[in-house]
Every structure is written in structure tokens, then in C-alpha cells.
Design a protein around this ligand. Sequence first.
Ligand code: SAJ
Length: 443
Amino acid sequence: MFQEKGKKQKICVLGLGYIGLPTASVLANSGYQVVGVDLKPSLVESINRGLVHIQEPGLHTLVQAAVNSGKLVARMEPEPADIFFIAVPTPVNHGPGDVAVDLNDVRSAAEAIRPHLQQGNLVVLESTCPPGTLEKLVAPLLEKGGLTAGRDFFLAYCPERVLPGRTMKELIENNRIIGGYNHPSALKAEALYRSFVEGEIILTDSRTAEMVKVAENIFRDVNIALANELSFICEKLGISIWEVVRLANLHPRVHLHLPGPGVGGHCISVDPWFVISAFPEEARLLATARSINDQRPLHVAEWAARLVEGIPAPVVTVMGVAYKGNIEDTRESPALAVLEALRRRGIECRVYDPRVTAFPEETNNLAMAFTGADLALLLADHDEFKFLYPRELGKLMRTRQVLDTRHCLDARLWSEHGFKYCLLGAGMPGVLAAGAAEGPPGS
Ligand code: SAJ
């Protein structure tokens, strides 16, 4: 059986980031001999010491076990193997009036694999890519070595679908879509994934699998944009979008997402561009959704600025610079755009985030962050914020005001301690004071 044989197979994972490292460690702990490849020497060195550069529950333990058992080693270059995984970044670059998809890392990975590719090998692309990438870019690059894709070696696109913060669990439990370059390739990849995935595995062609992956994230982006647009309207109506979403979602066929300060992370705010840039005429809804979500940080900054208007040399303390709650990742975080917009207006900003460690101006010292502040601006709904004492915080602050953009805090509690509690998507600031004592629905 492939699976039994697979236990002894050697796998090269190119890219030891948010997907590559968790995947490499799971594969190593499933019995494969894994060589993790990354271009960053410091990262390679630290992984070989069992250390991780990503905060993800369960990852450190797994990497340590894999390294200690000798099943996982990190290198700067690929080497001959039975299976190659490509899990490298696929960013988009925003130029003036133009967004360009950057597939350079995928290209480099395919070129690095090529000299080592042998008859019978399997190459799997996991990075999110524009539909058609496997056929049009990866296969031709690999074939330049003289072997033919689908005949001499197997090739498949298997998108990762894990939610940051739940990666290790979802890597095993999620259903997987496998898009084969041809059917034999899909079957070969299926056998590999069956050896560590507990969810269902569905086979299709590579272009469909590529489109499925981006469609999943596009669905979320468009749905969030809808919630954000309704949120603008609810503010004008003086009602709460949060209550509207809660009640609408009681309908069995409605699943509105939540509004917020914007859409961050390296997936939802990036992947729609893989389709928009290739189909600008057709992808009108996608582009509109992107633009609605991109405007959110400016709207939040506008609210915040209004709340501190008239205060001499106002200070705003941002609570949570991560792109969402309970993670340490700040990539594409809406908080960055909010900070920039506030600073452009000359407003002094501080950043308090108990999760994020790699943000230069971040502090997890409450006193440093809140002393003399005029507004606590909650942007990421970390669990820690739910347990903050508004009474203690209020003593430090110059003006007791909080703007909650995630419906995270207990409005009644904060109001009881003298705070003007404002909830994004629940009426304009003037109107908010009246509704403040009501607290969030269900509180
Ligand atoms: N957000 C909202 N409202 C919501 C949900 C999210 O404003 O109702 C915001 C978040 O605060 C965050 C952004 O959207 O700023 C993205 O967060 P997320 O939790 O929706 O997504 P990611 O980027 O952490 O992970 C997504 C997931 N995709 C889907 O759920 C369809 C994950 O499963 C994918 O594997 C991942 O993208 C990826 O790598 O593509």
C-alpha cells in the first residue's frame, strides 16, 4: 500500500511559514522523513533547534518532537525526495491604480525542485494561487528538466484551508480538495493526504481546486463587506448592526458575517485579487467588496477622531493590533491603517496588545499604554480584553471613552465605571450615549 510505503518516504517541504512548518511537522510526526526548506538562515537554524517563529497552539510541541526524533530537519536548499510540497507566500503588490499578483516565490520553488525531480515523484502545490497557476506556471517550469507532468512525475494542487489559531487541529480534521494535473496525479496525492488527514478528501482537476480555494475566501470577503455596508446603514438609522445580524441569522438560510474595523490577514484581503486582476471586467462584486472592506479602517479612524475632538493633544490607545482576535499575526491588519490615518491627523497613538510581540511600538504594559489616554480603541477581540477592569483602566485614563469595533466588551460594565461606551455599527457617536447603558445583546 502507498500509505505504508509512504511512512518511509522522504518529503521536501518548500517554505516554512504559516502553512509549511505546521504541515512539515505533521508529516514528520506521521512517520515521513521530512526536509523543510527555507531561504532564511536564521529560521532554518532555529527550527533545527526545535524553536518556532510562529505562535500557533500545539505547533511548538510538534516541531520539537519532530526535530528530536530526527524526522524533521531544516535546510536552505531542497534535495532529492519522493514528494515535494510547495507552501510559499503568494502576495499581491498594490501599485498606484494597479494590483499585481506576485508568484515569484512559486516560480523559484519550482525551479529549485527541478534539478532534483525524478521519475515517479509527486509535486504538490499548497499555496493559494490564481486559477490556472499549476498548469500554466508550475508544470512548464518543472517540465524544463525533461520529465513530463502527469506521466513521468505526478503534480497536484491541494489548497490549505486552515484557520490561523486552529491550524494544527484543522490540518488533520478539515476536508481537503485535491486538484490533479491529471487523474493519476490526483490519486497519488490522495494517498499521501489520507495518511494524515481525517476529513473527507475530494478529487477534482487543478483549475477547479484553485478556484474553489479562492471562492471560499471570496465568499467570506463579500459576506463581510455586506455586513460592513449594512453596518454603515445601521449607524445612520441609529440601530445596532450586531442585533440585526444576530436576529437575521436566526433564519435557517441566512448566515451574515460580522462587521468590524476591516479585513486583515494574508488570505481574505489578498485572495480576491487573484481573480479580480485576471478578470477585471467580470469581477465587479469582488472589487466592490474589497473597496468596502478597505474603507473600514478610515471609517473607524473618523469615529475615533470625532470622539477626541476638542481635547488638547489627544491620545488614543489601540487595543489589539493583530488582524483578528486571539492571534499574534499583524499581516494586513486593519489596525495598521487605523493607526496611520489617526497619526496623519496628528493624533498621538499607542498600541496595547497582549498577544503580539513583534510589533515595534506595542506594549503589554497597561500603565504605559493607558496613562493619560482619551480613548481606548478596541480593534482586535482578544479574550484578554473581556477581562480588563474598566475601573482600573479608567483611573489611568484622562478621558473615559471606549470605541468597541468588535462588539467584544460588556457595555453595561464599562458604562457603570463612567465610560462613554461606543459600539461601531450602532448609531453615530452622539446617538450612542443614549443606547450605551443597554449593553450588548445577550449580555
Ligand atoms: N472578519 C470580519 N468579520 C467576520 C469574520 C472575519 O470582519 O465575520 C475579519 C477578521 O477580523 C480578519 C479577517 O476578516 O481581519 C480575516 O479573518 P478570517 O477569520 O475570516 O480569516 P483568516 O484570514 O484568518 O483565514 C481564512 C480562512 N478562510 C475561510 O474561513 C473561508 C481559513 O480557513 C483559510 O485557510 C485562510 O483564510 C487561508 O489561508 O486562506
